[in-house]
Design a protein around this ligand. Structure first.
Ligand SMILES: [Zn+2]
Length: 404
């Protein structure tokens, strides 16, 4: 299992200069391979190596061969993806970078956890650069490092180190946890938990309007301000997604399958008619949350699975009837056939879980009766194991409201 650790570096002034020079030369090598690959429409790494290695080495003789090889590898990938986009009719040009992050590997870098240093191959020879392990990543200390990318942003160097962690084995315990990425609250899980703050959306909303006014202005200072805002929104969402994924996975047993909507087509699938809903849908980073969930679940011995999300918000979790009118308001679900009443996002989360566990068509008809008889309001149940030992999970009508 791989984990990426962002390691801030504290180089001396000379070291900073040699790191930057290494980045520049790496970029030159990268751009040379890209230009050649794009000219010949060739994305094969071996062919490109044969065609360009000598020129690259002549252009930047001080850059060690291994970094040339990595630059070529990155360039080959860039060219390959540009070619495939080109074939699809998209407008693409030759890939080029102003400052391409050099990729170090076992031959060009070592990480000394104890001394708090990284040893990097630069154009000025090997450099031992001081680094700081962030507090949140202290439990990763001691793991084996495989590769590292060097990034430079706003005067600071960061090393993105890929660590090789021991695999946590997944043994299915028969339970699943459905997650609905709600509109009302960022996420709702089938164990009756509401995650995240409604205020997150409000923050997004404010920023969106601020962006709009600035875009309309179009002056130089407005553009500067916009760039600043873009970074800030990105960091804010990232933070929210980390908080959300952590809270969702808190307290779940190893071997649980975390079920999310299969989000590949979310942008085309969900009809958000009004402009506001549309913007919200498009702006929230579903993919990022899914990726955070995946790696965090893996570390806990759990797994993330996607299911077809069609009708999950229109289907009654109790009787299985599907109707557009079931969802009365954004937050209220009221079944037309059986009168089942629930928070709409929670109902959807349970549907998502059930779709993974049993599929809808297989739901036995007697389930309806047994549930309606035993529909006592209860706050029980983490994840429901079904059909093995099916427990009724808090389907008491009217007890669950979105606390927003
Ligand atoms: Zn119903």
């Amino acid at each position: 299992m791989d984990r990426t650790l962002r390691l801030p570096l504290n180089p001396t002034t000379e070291q900073a200069e040699s790191l930057l020079e290494t980045m520049r030369q790496f970029t030159q090598s990268f751009n040379l391979v890209c230009a050649e690959g794009w000219r010949l429409k060739e994305g094969n790494a071996f062919t490109l190596h044969r065609l360009t290695y000598r020129d690259c080495k002549a252009l930047c003789p001080k850059l060690v061969s291994d970094l040339h090889v990595q630059a070529r590898q990155k360039a080959a990938e860039a060219v390959k993806s540009a070619i495939s986009l080109d074939k699809k009719g998209r407008r693409v040009g030759c890939p080029a970078s102003t400052l391409c992050p050099p990729r170090f590997n076992l031959h060009t870098f070592t990480l000394d956890w104890q001394a708090g240093t990284v040893n990097l191959s630069t154009v000025a020879g090997r450099q031992k650069v001081a680094c700081v392990v962030p507090v949140y990543a202290l439990d990763l200390v001691g793991n084996r490092a495989a590769t590292a990318d060097l990034l430079y942003r706003k005067g600071r160097f960061t090393l993105h180190v890929v660590l090789k962690l021991d695999d946590v084995e997944f043994t299915d315990n028969g339970t699943a946890l459905g997650i609905d990425l709600g509109v009302c609250r960022p996420a709702v899980t089938s164990d009756n938990r509401f995650h995240g703050q409604k205020s997150w959306r409000q923050v997004e909303h404010r920023r969106h309007h601020r962006r709009r006014t600035l875009q309309a202005k179009g002056t130089k200072s407005a553009k500067r301000r916009l760039r600043l805002l873009a970074g800030r929104s990105q960091r804010f969402r990232r933070d929210c997604d980390h908080v959300l994924s952590k809270r969702i996975l808190t307290g779940i047993a190893p071997g649980t399958v975390v079920v999310i909507e299969n989000l590949t087509n979310i942008r085309t699938r969900v009809k958000a008619s009004r402009g506001e809903a549309k913007r919200r849908l498009h702006s929230w980073s579903f993919a990022q949350l899914a990726s955070f969930l995946a790696y965090k679940a893996e570390a806990l011995g759990c797994r993330v699975e996607g299911v077809d999300p069609r009708h999950t918000s229109q289907r009654c979790h109790r009787c299985g009837s599907i109707s557009r009118n079931n969802r009365r308001r954004q937050s209220l679900f009221l079944c037309r056939s059986c009168g089942h009443r629930d928070n709409a996002d929670l109902n959807a989360a349970k549907n998502i879980r059930d779709r993974y566990l049993v599929g809808w068509s297989k739901a036995p008809p007697d389930r309806l009766l047994s549930e309606s008889l035993s529909s006592q309001p209860s706050e029980s149940s983490a994840c429901v194991s079904w059909p093995k030992n099916h427990t009724d999970d808090a389907s008491g009508s009217g007890v669950l409201h979105c606390r927003t």
